[in-house]
Design a binder for this molecule. Structure first.
Ligand code: LLP
Length: 410
């Protein structure tokens, strides 16, 4: 357990979180370097000697210190924008281990990616293939691509983060793929190297991913019969994580073992793009109780973090455990709400908590993935600081924004 009590005080690995909160202030994100590396290595090790690439999905948490940690461990990266590419290169990531996903790559982003020598474009439309071909031709380069296919498999997850159904904007219908690979032969500056797919995020029952893998493997066999030199399969994001006590997250080792069996037979290199399962449970958002309030029907705990800092509860009704930094007795059922002027600004609803009081510090857990990266300045709130814990030491890896930062460029 990364976040656990030692003598009534909540620690992240060897560091007392209260020390961080009092020195950095709240709200503030805290991440465990050990937990991040352990999760990344669990993927890497589970593939064993099968040719593979674990490409961390930068969108989950793009802090430079985290990217650097992963780059040094040998990670590849899954990017979806020129900005993410810029970050990965700054962090020392190996361009050859980058896959570039996303439905709306601009010509400028494609050019930067080609000039940087990235590994593969995961292409999502025929129009995009034409643009990559044209830019590559202009630069005198050849681009390797995979088509992202949509296998029409239903991942049982929140509708906003399910991506593998026919009516989603992502990918190319799997039944159209052979014809498109065929037509893509006409592009002089492209080389078809793989097939990719990603059916959704926060997947706890991974059988739909296996179903998608089987469909993609069949497609690859047919493409190879048609003479396409397909060498790799990219199966998109990683596993979901346990947010609630009682959530049953499968082990990374079991998940990969199930994929391995299928892909080994086909003699392909496998790429996987996990984000949430690398950083999600490695991070927490520290916050302070400002006020307790009571309406005729409800208790409210008003804290100094809000939907602008962590939007997941408001956007997906996501559950994040909330625990005090110092254990306390009693209990209270309350909505935990922030200062933002929206009824949707809550981090928990009707939640049973220990009896907290103003001034108490809380940890909103499992906030390492899609937390800070989705933070905004709504209500002119500076975005929080970020801290990386490395065993018993810790450091600020992103300073809290200032009011001057709020008006930069205006
Ligand atoms: N690859 C692609 C092409 C993706 O679209 C995603 C996530 C991933 C990999 C990483 O998936 P993961 O291993 O993290 O499940 N903001 C939402 C999650 C959006 C996920 C978008 N795509 C949330 O807070 O739950």
């Amino acid at each position: 357990m990364t976040f656990r009590y030692q003598n009534d005080n909540l620690f992240c690995d060897g560091t007392d979180l209260a020390t961080i909160a009092s020195s950095v202030g709240t709200p503030c994100y805290v991440y465990s370097a050990d937990a991040i590396l352990e999760a990344w290595r669990a993927y890497d090790a589970a593939f064993g000697d099968l040719s593979h690439l674990v490409c961390y999905a930068v969108k989950a948490n793009s802090n430079l210190a985290i990217l650097k940690l992963l780059a040094e461990a040998g990670s590849g990266f899954d990017i979806v924008s020129g900005g993410e590419l810029f970050r990965v290169l700054k962090a020392g990531g190996d361009p050859k281990k980058i896959v570039f996903s996303g439905v709306g790559k601009t010509e400028g982003e494609i050019e930067l990616a080609l000039q940087s020598g990235i590994g593969t474009f995961n292409c999502e439309s025929e129009g995009e293939l034409a643009v990559i071909d044209a830019v590559a031709g202009r630069l005198g380069l050849t681009a390797e691509f995979s088509l992202r296919v949509n296998p029409d498999v239903n991942a049982d997850t929140h509708p906003y983060i399910s991506t593998g159904l026919r009516d989603h904007k992502f990918g190319i219908d799997i039944t159209d793929a052979p014809a498109i690979y065929g037509r893509a032969r006409a592009f002089q500056n492209l080389r078809a190297a793989g097939v990719s797919c990603h059916i959704g995020s926060q997947i706890l029952d991974y059988s739909p991913i296996l179903e998608a893998a089987d469909k993609v493997l069949t497609l690859i066999e047919n493409l190879q019969k048609d003479g396409h030199a397909i060498r790799h399969i990219d199966l998109g994001g990683g596993l979901g994580i346990a947010y609630k006590d009682g959530d049953d997250a499968p082990s990374i080792a079991t998940f990969i073992a199930d994929l391995r069996g299928r892909v080994e037979r086909a003699g392909l290199t496998i790429t996987i793009e996990p984000g949430r399962s690398i950083v999600g449970n490695a991070g927490a958002l520290l916050t302070k109780v400002l006020y307790l309030k009571q309406s005729p029907s409800k208790h409210f705990v008003v804290i100094d973090a809000a939907m602008n800092d962590l939007i997941r509860p408001a956007l997906y009704k996501a559950h994040h455990n909330i625990r005090p930094l110092k254990t306390t007795g009693g209990s209270l059922v309350a909505d935990v709400v922030g200062p933002v002027c929206e009824t949707g600004d809550f981090l928990a609803r009707d939640r049973e908590l220990p009896a907290v009081k103003p001034g108490d510090l809380l940890a909103v857990e499992s906030a390492g993935a899609y937390g800070f990266v989705q933070a905004s300045n709504y209500n002119s709130r500076p975005r929080p600081a970020e801290v990386l814990v490395e065993g018993e030491t810790w450091r600020v890896v992103r300073a809290r924004e200032t009011w001057e930062d709020l008006i930069r460029g205006e």
